[in-house]
Design a protein around this ligand. Structure first.
Ligand code: KIV
Ligand code: ZN
Length: 387
């Protein structure tokens, strides 16, 4: 089996930017590309050069400033697309062309009105054409998730023979179950004779909320690259979220995989993307959501205050987030109230806290969250009673 290093291929600037309202200009794309490189992303998919002059310019300028990561440009299995991608990547230190075609019968018939034989030939030709311009060619078998495994194995073998260095197995529609996606990777590992000459890549969409699970299952079954986006942005329900797969692999030492990502940059990166794309992060988003390290129910707060690991599997500092939060609501308990009061400088004994707690609950029942101002008010009332 190959190494346990998993390459992180970030497609925030391509699949992520396809989200309505998330379009970026060249300056914004360069800023994000530099931050992605700084965070340790191995491959940055910078755009789809033939799609617009603006995207061509972005890929070209990103290619000039990125020195450590590979810079990748997307193309269809069309000669002109590939030539334009190659031109945009001309200045890249590590250029990669990402080319491919739909391989499921649904795509072959519904999109191309073609046959499996013709599509296989086009797949071979596009890789061969791309190899005229760059060494590093990634082939994508679009809708691989719904492609017959036997045919997919033939395509994968043929494109590797044609020179593909990476073969992407996209679950384009987010249809697969983790067990199915894992079994697909396993099938390819065991049925493609030249599989040792290329890296298999996971590219999962989140239509059923399974993108992260599918990508991890893909790696467990032999893939060594994950395609993902910051905050899980992407077409429809989005792509695999970078911060999630990186932290799954980091936390599960039992799996013994690793990535180059500096996890401390995950939270700042998430905020940068959210700000630049003007796309808020849902509060309960794993790893980077505002509530990812907040505790609000009494039982959890009590346990957390005694020992953080009772209710937290990640120290927020590890992902560059603020410290954990104790949020006060009508579901919070006395220990959380005492903790927050102490943080505000009040040193009440147990009886005082008991007395305060009843008044606190009245405020909490009337509001969604009890804030510092409310606490000061309650504490002052208590001090007057005691005086
Ligand atoms: O989802 C997909 O299949 C894609 C390909 C273009 C790689 O984004
Ligand atoms: Zn995609």
């Amino acid at each position: 089996m190959s190494s346990n290093k998993v390459d992180i291929f970030d497609t925030t600037l391509r699949d992520g930017e396809q989200v309505p309202g998330c379009k970026l200009n060249t300056k914004e794309k360069i800023e994000l590309a530099l931050a992605l490189e700084d965070m340790g992303v191995d491959i940055i998919e910078a755009g789809f050069p033939i799609s617009s002059p603006g995207d061509f310019e972005s890929v070209e300028k990103i290619s000039k400033v990125i020195t450590k990561s590979s810079v990748c440009g997307l193309s269809r299995a069309v000669q002109k697309d590939i030539e334009v991608a190659a031109a945009a990547l001309k200045h890249a230190k590590r250029p990669r062309i990402h080319t491919g075609i739909g391989t499921s019968d649904i795509h072959i018939k519904g999109k191309f009105n073609s046959t499996r034989e013709e599509i296989l030939e086009r797949a071979i030709q596009c890789v061969k054409w791309a190899k005229n311009f760059v060494d590093d060619v990634e082939f994508y078998a679009e809708d691989a998730g719904r492609t017959d495994n036997d045919y997919l194995a033939k395509v994968v073998e043929a494109v590797i023979k044609a020179g593909a260095t990476v073969v992407n197995i996209p679950d384009t529609t987010g249809y697969c179950l983790p067990s199915q996606y894992g079994a697909k990777m396993n099938y390819l590992i065991n049925n493609v004779p030249n599989i040792d000459k290329a890296i298999l890549s996971c590219h999962c969409h989140n239509d059923l909320g399974l993108a992260t699970a599918n990508s991890i299952e893909g790696v467990i079954n032999g893939a060594r690259q994950i395609e993902c986006t910051i905050n899980g942005l992407g077409e429809r329900a989005g792509n695999t979220s970078l911060e999630e797969v990186v932290m799954v692999l980091k936390q599960h030492k039992d799996l013994s995989y690793y990535t180059n990502i500096n996890a401390k940059k995950l939270y700042p990166m998430s905020r940068l993307v959210s700000d630049i794309m003007r796309m808020p992060v849902q509060p309960n988003k794993a790893i980077v959501g505002a509530n990812a390290f907040s505790h609000s129910s009494g039982i959890h707060q009590d346990g957390f205050l005694k020992s953080a690991i009772t209710y937290e599997i990640i120290d927020p500092v590890e992902v560059g987030a603020d410290t954990s939060k104790i949020v006060l609501t009508a579901r919070s308990g006395r220990s959380a109230l005492a903790f927050r009061l102490k943080n505000l400088g009040y040193d009440f004994n147990r009886n005082d806290v008991d007395a305060l707690y009843e008044k606190f609950l009245q405020v909490a029942d009337a509001k969604k969250e009890v804030g510092d101002e409310d606490l000061h008010h309650l504490a002052k009332q208590q001090e007057i009673v005691e005086a």
